[in-house]
Design a protein around this ligand. Structure first.
Ligand code: GLA
Ligand code: ZN
Length: 672
């Protein structure tokens, strides 16, 4: 099953009329019509209303919302509402509350607050999902199911401890296998009974904090267990829905690059992926783009939904800058360029009270339709209406893949040594950014993905090598492709045990190098790396490389390893394996990635202007759509490299013509 079929990009977002007296809904719908809003995400936090007491369900309000939406020709993405517990449930079954990392047993409060292993939670949540599905499966407004909300968080209660032990029994069968995987002969940890195993937290293996563990193997397994435990909650609700509604697509809203959950383990169970984009302050445009591409990669390149973004400002951070005029439009077209088939907001109307009252909304507290934000939202609504179905179902014809691996992310960041300063996302982003700014479309995929369609595979910080990925990377190079790996790759197996081999372990034959030693230094220390006519700067970790077939491309400038290779290239089969043994600066990474892309003729038409982003999507009928996005606050002038029609203005563009993109402007060219 795929995303819901719609005649245009669904436009709208989280809508909570349960917070308001009825007449406000009239105003809402009047304003929605004005802004071309056609899709409402409903019921995300309404459990205490739909089930006010253990034996009482009350759907009057929800009936009203859905009926009204249908009468207004709007569709509803209906949430099961199980992400925030009703107070009565927590009082009646205290075990639905979580126990935190410090071992504190929580009492009622907050949201995203349930224990994934609590039978009472599971039972009540699935019962609610079943009732909702029974009631609304055939409602004309129903477009999609939105299970729970932003699954996340970890629980360390006794129920979770017991569930973890079961999970471990399933995974390892025997204690011998577990002891071997976790290397428990170290520090006298040999377990003689599953009952001795404790969840890894501040009271047990993590005295020095969440990323400091005495046993990476235990901690990694708890990440995996938590991923599976929350997935179990999702699956139970999905099954309850499917019993009444076999057809309506089901999703849950992810959070992009969200470390705690391995979304690749979830992906097969979603009908379509969706996510909430709230880029960090001052993030470059390639940061949300990387998350979009990661989300598109979850379902093999199928379009995803942008389930939430703010129309203006967030409220959850210490400082919450506004989106400047034009930035919302640009961010929305960027999402579409990367595969979004829906553009939804959090939130439609600002809450009057509680912690999100200052969060940006399409409609503010005064209910006005003449604010800047409302005007921009409406203008965008009109553009998306005009765009119709042109982009729906379109896929990205990428020939470059970037491997993204949660296991590597976890293992790298909970490691003692070589350096706590290396951040997985930053290494991955540096290579992603270089490829995107050079104009390559990039699929961000799991290590299990089929790599046969790619000319270039980037594998930055592939710390953990598991399954047959090393052989499949070799196959890419065999047939003429290029594979790039970096420092801190090929270090550990799936249990975080070091390979008993030269670094980079199973990647060594492809890379043609051997690493025996590595030096790590404080962030301010700079090691010059010379690459022929070009000098880059390197930081953090310096692996000392001995070529075993590879040729040096760059070498370190100082210290006892001065003159030894920092970057190498290895001819392998008809292709190449590149190894970058240190954290190079941006010009250094650009240089290498561009050389690789050039070898495969993958440099884009705007490769010389990093602030103009290009992305291609191919519609189901074969039509090629080229997105040009100007991320700079100045106009961008360039020569059109193809003939086509701009879908946003209807203007025809001739190849060779001088084009000007407005500041923060977008062009969607249907190529002829
Ligand atoms: C998340 C949640 C929403 C809301 C927004 C605020 O994405 O899903 O309920 O809290 O954050 O940014
Ligand atoms: Zn628990």
């Amino acid at each position: 099953m795929t995303a819901p079929r719609t005649p245009k990009i669904p436009y709208g977002g989280d809508y909570n009329p349960e917070q308001w007296p009825q007449p406000v809904q009239d105003d809402d719908h009047r304003l929605f019509t004005r802004a071309r809003i056609d899709t409402l995400t409903v019921g995300v936090f309404s459990w205490s209303l739909t089930q006010p007491a253990p034996d009482t369900y009350d759907f009057t309000f929800l009936d009203g919302i859905l009926d009204r939406a249908a009468a207004e020709n709007r569709r509803v993405c209906l949430a099961t509402g199980t992400a925030a517990l009703p107070p009565w449930l927590a009082r009646r079954h205290p075990d639905v509350n979580r126990t935190d990392f410090e071992g504190r047993r929580h009492r009622y409060g907050q949201r995203h607050n349930f224990c994934p292993s609590s039978p009472a939670y599971r039972e009540h949540a699935t019962a609610l999902a079943a009732r909702l599905a029974e009631r609304y499966a055939h409602h004309p407004a129903l477009l999609a199911w939105h299970i729970n909300n932003e699954y996340g968080g970890t629980c360390y209660c006794d129920l979770c401890a017991e569930a973890f032990r079961h999970w471990l029994r399933d995974r390892y069968s025997t204690l011998d296998a577990l002891n071997d995987a976790w290397w428990t002969a170290f520090w006298s940890h040999r377990y003689t009974d599953f009952a001795e195993i404790e969840p890894p937290n501040a009271l047990t293996e993590h005295w020095r904090g969440p990323d400091h563990t005495a046993f990476q193997g235990i901690t990694l397994d708890y990440f995996r267990f938590t991923t599976d435990a929350l997935l179990g909650c999702f699956l139970a609700e999905k099954e309850a829905i499917r019993a009444h509604d076999p057809d309506t697509p089901v999703t849950t809203n992810f959070m992009g690059m969200f470390r705690p959950l391995d979304y690749h383990r979830w992906a097969p169970h979603l009908d379509f992926a969706s996510w909430d984009s709230y880029p960090p302050l001052d993030a470059p445009p390639t940061w949300p783009a990387l998350a979009h591409d990661l989300m598109r990669g979850l379902k093999g390149g199928a379009p995803f939904w942008l389930m939430e973004q703010t129309p203006s400002t967030t409220a959850c951070r210490d400082v919450n800058p506004l989106r400047r005029p034009g930035e919302l439009r640009l961010a929305t077209f960027q999402a579409i360029a990367h595969g979004a088939d829906a553009a939804l907001y959090f939130q439609m109307r600002a809450s009057r009270g509680a912690c999100e009252k200052y969060h940006g909304a399409v409609i503010g507290h005064a209910g006005r339709d003449d604010t800047r934000v409302f005007r921009e939202v409406s203008a965008l609504g009109a553009e998306l209406e005009a765009l119709g179905d042109a982009t729906l179902g379109a896929r990205t014809p990428a020939r470059t893949a970037l491997l993204f691996d949660w296991d590597s992310w976890w293992a790298l960041e909970i490691s003692d040594g070589p350096s706590r300063l290396v951040r997985y996302q930053e290494v991955v982003h540096s290579y992603y950014r270089a490829a995107r700014e050079a104009g390559a479309d990039v699929d961000v995929v799991p290590v299990t993905a089929d790599l046969t369609a790619y000319d270039v595979v980037l594998a930055p910080a592939l710390y953990m090598v598991k399954g047959d990925i090393a052989a499949r990377l070799e196959a890419v190079a065999e047939r003429g492709g290029t594979v790039l790996a970096t420092f801190l790759s090929g270090r550990v197996d799936e249990h975080d045990r070091a390979f008993l081999a030269d670094v980079p372990g199973p990647l060594a034959p492809l890379m043609g190098v051997r690493v025996d030693e590595w030096d790590s230094r404080p962030g301010e220390f700079v090691q010059p790396v010379s690459m022929g006519d070009f000098e880059a700067e390197a930081r953090l970790v310096f692996e000392i490389v001995q070529p075993r077939g590879a040729e040096p491309v760059g070498s370190y400038g100082t210290d006892f390893y001065a003159g030894t290779p920092a970057v190498t290239r290895h001819a392998y089969g008809k292709g190449e394996g590149w190894y970058v043994a240190t954290a190079l600066d941006r010009p250094g990474v650009d240089r290498i990635v561009r050389r690789i892309l050039a070898r495969h003729d993958l440099l884009g038409p705007c490769a010389d202007r990093p602030t103009v982003e290009t992305a291609t999507r191919v519609a189901p009928d074969g039509t090629r759509l080229l997105f040009l996005l100007n991320h700079a606050p100045e106009p961008a002038r360039f020569t059109a490299h193809a003939t086509g029609t701009d879908l946003l203005t209807g203007k025809r563009v001739e190849k060779g013509e001088q084009l000007t993109l407005d500041p923060l402007g977008t062009l969607v060219l249907r190529i002829q």
